[in-house]
Design a protein around this ligand. Structure first.
Ligand SMILES: Cc1cc2nc3c(=O)[nH]c(=O)nc-3n(C[C@H](O)[C@H](O)[C@H](O)COP(=O)(O)OP(=O)(O)OC[C@H]3O[C@@H](n4cnc5c(N)ncnc54)[C@H](O)[C@@H]3O)c2cc1C
Length: 392
């Protein structure tokens, strides 16, 4: 299939946000063009914890059954460890999932395709130029045989779902680029060592968060029984512990947390590591000119909240609903207001919680306080959650 020369809606990025929007628009009778730089299956840096809210949103997108068919691990509780190893257990109150992004993202992308979107993999948008006649997209396509082609696509409306940071942000002069961010993310898949039955039993049904000075690390079982280990740390902490080789970053950081060291000793790496720098958790502009942003492209919640994928899906659902009623010139202004009302306070709450728990003294005090009051922890996390799922 060839990329068309003209379309009414082009969506840049086929992660959870872009694929969800493409599926919803297609199911509403439109024919969006979905452009994804990578080819599936592909890895993605993520804790791979899929919140209960995300499942209700997947149902609205019409994709929950396909996701459950991937046989994700079931998660019903969370366990937080302070830097000294003190722990608190929290009942999630509903069933969350552990599901690898390799499987999830491809399933969502195929769902968009099957719903009627014109979906292209290996299609990297290299330039977006807005003029009176819409937006002109320059696209470089890499084909499975290794060849490359160039395309121009004119779209009446462009939705940018290209994730937390892209070369496309620079020409749009987005404000967040002016500030350096100190956060690094790192993830690696692991397998449980034979004889690690006690750790396997503890991890079963639980997501663990190990707090340490300047960061935290999530550990949870995902589909297929693999253990995903994913951390967020201040750049200085990461650099000091993991200067070389980066492949070994998690075991190098484990000395900062006895509970994490205990887990790492029961695991062996089973996959290539992924690392990203310059992670920001502040809200960005929801629109630039006529271009609208969804998902991480407008704001990523602190990973500790385990709700980034749900927010990406939720922003797609909200925008699809707006576009069904009004896809006119004033949509960017409306989207700015709707996005801020829905998400800005959640992002702030996530940042606050993350900053608190990255400080060892505050982390110890919080875990001590929450131990007899686990419902308080659940209600703190609820501040980072949305209410849209009630409609599901
Ligand atoms: C350390 C860490 C841990 C996390 N853990 C969790 C967790 O456990 N649970 C959770 O729910 N969330 C978690 N998140 C957040 C979650 O990963 C994101 O919120 C989610 O991926 C956002 O989806 P998205 O579709 O907006 O962006 P993405 O998933 O980033 O998708 C963007 C897509 O756009 C494509 N793209 C980029 N540029 C172009 C281009 N120029 N042309 C075409 N395509 C392009 C990319 O290839 C990508 O496929 C975590 C994040 C981090 C950093």
């Amino acid at each position: 299939m060839n990329i068309p020369e003209r379309c009414s809606v082009a969506i840049v990025g086929g992660g959870p946000a872009g694929s969800a929007l493409a599926a919803l628009l297609a199911r509403a009778g439109r024919r969006p063009v979905l452009l994804e730089r990578d080819r599936f299956p592909r890895q993605k840096l993520c804790g791979e914890f899929l919140s209960m809210e995300a499942q209700a949103l997947l149902k609205r997108i019409g994709c929950l059954e396909a996701v459950l068919a991937l046989r994700p691990a079931v998660i019903t509780g969370a366990r937080f460890f302070s830097p000294s190893g003190r722990r608190v257990e929290i009942e999630l109150g509903a069933q969350a999932l552990g599901l690898g992004r390799v499987a999830l993202d491809e399933t969502l992308f195929r769902h968009a395709e099957q719903s009627g979107a014109l979906a292209f993999e290996g299609a990297s948008v290299t330039r977006m130029v807005e003029d009176a006649d819409g937006v002109l997209l320059e696209i470089e396509r890499s084909l499975p045989d290794g060849s490359h082609t160039k395309h121009l696509l004119r779209a009446d409306r462009v939705v940018a779902a290209y994730g937390r940071r892209s070369g496309l942000d620079r020409p749009l002069d987005r404000v967040f680029l002016r500030r350096r961010s100190p956060f690094v993310g790192y993830k690696r898949r692991h397998a449980l060592l034979p004889g690690a039955a006690a750790v396997a039993a503890e991890l079963h049904g639980t997501v663990e968060i190990h707090l340490f000075d300047g960061g935290y690390c999530g550990v949870n079982i995902v589909d297929g029984g693999a253990v995903n280990v994913c951390l967020l740390a201040k750049e200085r902490v990461f650099a000091a512990a993991a200067s070389s080789p980066r492949r070994d970053a998690i075991s190098k950081l484990a000395h900062l947390s006895p509970s994490l060291r205990d887990r790492i000793e029961a695991l062996r790496p089973d996959g290539e590591p992924l690392a990203v720098a310059q992670l920001t958790f502040t809200a960005k502009e929801p629109s630039a000119g006529s271009i609208l942003f969804i998902g991480d492209a407008v704001g990523m919640i602190a990973p500790l909240c385990g709700d980034g994928q749900a927010m990406a899906l939720e922003s797609a659902i909200l925008l699809a609903e707006l576009m069904a009623h009004n896809d006119g010139e004033n949509l960017p202004k409306i989207w700015d207001d709707v996005w801020r009302q829905r998400f800005a306070s959640r992002l702030r709450a996530g940042r606050w919680l993350q900053a608190l728990l990255m400080r060892p003294g505050a982390a110890e005090a919080s875990i001590r306080l929450l131990k007899p009051l686990p419902f308080l922890a659940a209600s703190l996390l609820a501040q980072t959650r949305g209410a849209l799922t009630e409609k599901a």
